[in-house]
Design a protein around this ligand. Structure first.
Ligand code: CLF
Ligand code: SF4
Length: 465
């Protein structure tokens, strides 16, 4: 295939993938099917009682499906969820430690719903052995979790790996895993597969090393780098060691550093469950119980195609408009946190939010900087002592670089505390972009009043509300 054909094909494949395209994640949905329970390595942040932490929220347990059940479920979901564009296998263990179940499931899905993209997420230990099957099944998106390319660093993350019945430990385990991950990446990228690399930022272990990881995986052909904050599974080695998640600002700085190195960086990852269904940030898995799938109508391919063509038009128009409004370089920026349940809307109460989307705006353009999980900190000190004031302080420190917080509702106590910390909480509903642009206008107005009348910030907010 000519390189230009390959690149336009890749662009099209990315444009409908909610993880590979920031724009697509507002419109297109993914579905994870938990068919892979076993794992062949040990990560120090993982506890096998729960789902694979590399692509899932820790502390979550998914019910494992057989390939036949998974097929039934995908068919039922595709019949109802027209925006379903990707079916992924990301656990609950490592998909390639369960190759029979994983590839049988993909083959069944490919037959039943040919229009969805197949997506595989793996620790990469045995990836190189499955390149042929991946190509034959037309799996175009593969994620490898690579936390280190230096065995010295990797040793502190992986105590052991098992390959073909042999257990490797220490440096030997680290060297084997890294060499296999890089080999798999290189082979797939050379064949035109869109390889995303996930890395978990572990302060004091690999945070300083991730720019080198980014450089190396880019060199080998990775399309995208997704760095997510360490979230420690209960009962894991890192929990015992007292390791901590990075601060949001540290993660943001690292992502910006990687971006400056020329790598495309994913900033909207939601660390999904291994059985998640819906738009990123939404989990509708409970809306699609396996028992209800039999009674559903067959998948209407024509209706799906028509629906998705309309979505494509909407996305193209948004991208065109965004480019036309390109950020004015050097203009003043305002950072805004948004509480949302998805759907590209401000629609979440402050008290119920488990994450905030954080944007920068110059008053004309709005740019997503990343997702800040606050549930992550619930595994920390604030949650353990059950003290609401501590929890609030934790949230405020996470949002301390934001000028405005948008949510659909907020109580008096957090409102006052946020104001005192210099974060202006505003109650808004509706589209995120519109709400951000409108609120930035308001905030400037009230800042002016503050200056001329010497009013306190929290007073102006009371008037605004
Ligand atoms: Fe799933 Fe992963 Fe495929 Fe996406 S998720 S297997 S690439 S379809 Fe996406 Fe979820 Fe982040 Fe993964 S937001 S955890 S990056
Ligand atoms: Fe756990 Fe996933 Fe690591 Fe396996 S690869 S040990 S399931 S985090």
């Amino acid at each position: 295939m000519q390189p230009s054909c390959r690149s336009s094909e890749a662009e099209e494949e990315i444009s409908r993938h909610p993880c590979y395209s920031e724009e697509a994640h507002r419109f297109y949905a993914r579905m994870h099917i938990p068919v892979a329970p076993a794992c062949n390595i040990q990560c120090n942040y993982c506890n096998r009682k729960f789902d694979c932490v590399n692509e899932s929220r820790p502390g979550v347990v998914s019910e494992v499906l057989t390939p036949e059940q998974a097929e039934r479920k995908v068919r039922g979901v595709a019949a109802q969820l027209m925006q379903l564009s990707v079916v992924g296998i990301a656990g609950p263990g490592d998909p390639l430690a369960n190759p029979e179940q994983t590839f049988e499931t993909f083959a069944r899905v490919r037959k039943q719903v040919p229009d969805v993209s197949l997506c595989l997420s793996t620790n990469g230990l045995t990836l190189y052995r499955h390149v042929e099957e991946i190509m034959e099944l037309g799996i175009r998106h593969v994620t490898i979790t690579i936390n280190a390319t230096d065995p010295e660093v990797a040793q502190a993350i992986y105590p052991w790996v098992v390959d073909e019945g042999i257990r490797y430990e220490g440096r030997e385990a680290a060297e084997l895993l890294i060499s296999r991950q890089l080999l798999g990446l290189e082979r797939l990228a050379a064949l035109g597969v869109l390889v995303k690399v996930n890395s978990i930022m572990i302060p004091g272990v690999n945070d300083h090393h991730l720019p080198e990881v980014s450089r190396r995986v880019k060199e080998l052909g990775a399309t995208l780098h997704n760095v997510t904050p360490l979230i420690i599974a209960p009962g894991s080695r890192y929990e015992t060691d007292g390791r901590k998640a990075p601060r949001p600002r540290e993660l943001l700085n690292l992502q910006e550093q990687l971006g400056r190195g020329g790598m495309k960086v994913m900033r909207h990852c939601r660390q999904c469950r291994a059985d998640a269904i819906g738009l990123l940030g939404q989990d509708r898995s409970r809306d699609f119980p396996l028992e209800a799938m039999e009674a559903l109508p067959a998948v209407d391919q024509e209706a799906r195609a028509m629906f998705q063509r309309e979505l494509d038009d909407t996305i193209r128009e948004r991208v065109r408009a965004r480019k036309a409004r390109a950020l004015r370089e050097g203009g003043p920026r305002t950072r805004v946190a948004v509480a949302t349940r998805g759907g590209d809307k401000v629609n979440q109460h402050f008290g119920h939010a488990t994450e905030f989307l954080v944007y920068d705006t110059d008053g004309t353009e709005v740019k997503l900087l990343g997702v800040r999980k606050i549930q992550a900190y619930c595994h920390g000190k604030a949650d353990c002592n059950g003290d609401k004031a501590d929890t609030l302080q934790e949230i405020i420190s996470i949002l301390s670089d934001c000028r405005i917080l948008l949510c659909s509702g907020i109580g008096d106590a957090p409102k006052t505390s946020l104001n005192q910390a210099g974060v202006l909480p505003l109650v808004r509903k509706g589209g995120i972009r519109e709400a951000i642009l409108e609120s930035v206008k308001y905030s400037s107005y009230f800042e002016n009043i503050n200056q001329s009348e010497g009013m306190m910030n929290h007073e102006t907010n009371r008037v605004l509300r």
